[in-house]
Write a protein that binds this ligand. Structure first.
Ligand code: C2E
Ligand code: CA
Ligand code: CA
Ligand code: CA
Length: 279
């Protein structure tokens, strides 16, 4: 019996060591990822729930590791934050997304806006707003065609400092979206305290539509309060027609999700929108 538990212990320890080693390698490898052009962006359309008309695209970061292949952002973004590399990578993401938007607009492809995810760590930097605006000006992109997506924890960090920063950004014309909305603490409370243009209703609530009654009620409440405050709503991660129908019933204005389109490289997006256009 003792032997068996020892064996179990060894297996466990081996697993731990591997996890530690993996994390270590990830940390080392990611330092070079940007310079070695292993990072790239994919884009996912956001559309009007009833008409399918394009509202914009969300830029999503990807890392193609030379040995392991694609590593999901949920794995490597925390590492970038921990290493302080998120500032540099974040600036690159903004620059790349802005350049892509300019390119689409120059080609006559109708992408009205690009949404970029911004980590709370990035927002803590005092120079963030100036750098953001410089980047957009450099790409000849109007601030009003750019949206930054923030998770609610951003607001909880240092609520006054974050509030000031958000007002600064908003006054310059950049749109502000609250991401994963409804999962954070006292979510509805944030809506009238901060210059929020749009809330993205978290995928977990959308996924429950059709089965969990409470999810519909939560979405209903979010849509109602948002509507009262003049804030737009986007339903995240819509995968089925049923979810789409329910969201429309509940008054949600925009959606994104696999039902509409998977995230794709810029050329793929151009194709999708090009197809819709020439009708
Ligand atoms: P997010 O901002 O909530 O992005 C939406 C995630 O849902 C994306 O995952 C997207 O691929 C996925 N998704 C879209 N439609 C569907 C659907 O119908 N079903 C399901 N199951 N999933 C769907 P992804 O690309 O893996 O990104 C994960 C998270 O990583 C993002 O969540 C965001 O928080 C973060 N992230 C991605 N790019 C960046 C970036 O450039 N900067 C920062 N700071 N974070 C980023
Ligand atoms: Ca997002
Ligand atoms: Ca989200
Ligand atoms: Ca998320």
């Amino acid at each position: 019996r003792a032997k068996r538990s020892k064996a179990t212990y060894c297996v466990y320890e081996e697993g731990m060591q591997r996890a530690v080693a993996d994390a270590f390698n990830l940390k080392n490898d990611i330092r070079h990822a940007l310079d070695e052009q292993q990072l790239y962006l994919v884009y996912q359309p956001q559309v009007a729930a009833t008409t399918g008309e394009i509202r914009g695209v969300e830029a999503l970061l990807r890392w193609e590791h030379p040995k392991i292949g694609d590593i999901p952002p949920s794995k490597f973004i925390p590492v970038l934050e921990e290493l302080g590399l998120i500032h540099k990578v974040g600036r690159w993401v903004l620059k790349e997304a802005a350049a892509q938007l300019r390119a689409w607009q120059d080609e006559g492809i109708d992408v009205p806006r690009v949404a970029v995810n911004v980590s709370p760590v990035q927002l803590e930097r005092a120079a963030f707003t100036e750098e953001l605006l410089e980047t957009l000006a450099g790409a000849d992109v109007a601030p009003s065609s750019v949206e930054i997506e923030l998770v609610e924890t951003t607001l909880l960090a240092d609520i006054d400092a974050m509030g000031d920063r958000l007002f600064e950004i908003s006054e310059r014309g950049v749109s502000i979206a609250l991401d994963d909305f409804g999962t954070g603490f006292s979510a509805l409370n944030h809506l009238h305290r901060f210059p929020v243009n749009v809330v993205k209703i978290d995928r977990t609530f959308v996924a429950g539509l059709g089965s969990a009654r409470e999810d519909a009620r939560i979405i209903e409440a979010i849509v109602r309060v948002a509507g009262d405050l003049g804030v737009e709503t986007i339903g995240e991660g819509v995968e089925t027609q049923l979810q789409l129908d329910r969201l429309v019933e509940l008054g949600c204005k925009y959606i994104h999700g696999y039902l509409v389109a998977y995230p794709a490289k810029a050329e793929g997006i151009a194709g999708q929108i090009g197809d819709d256009r020439g009708v």
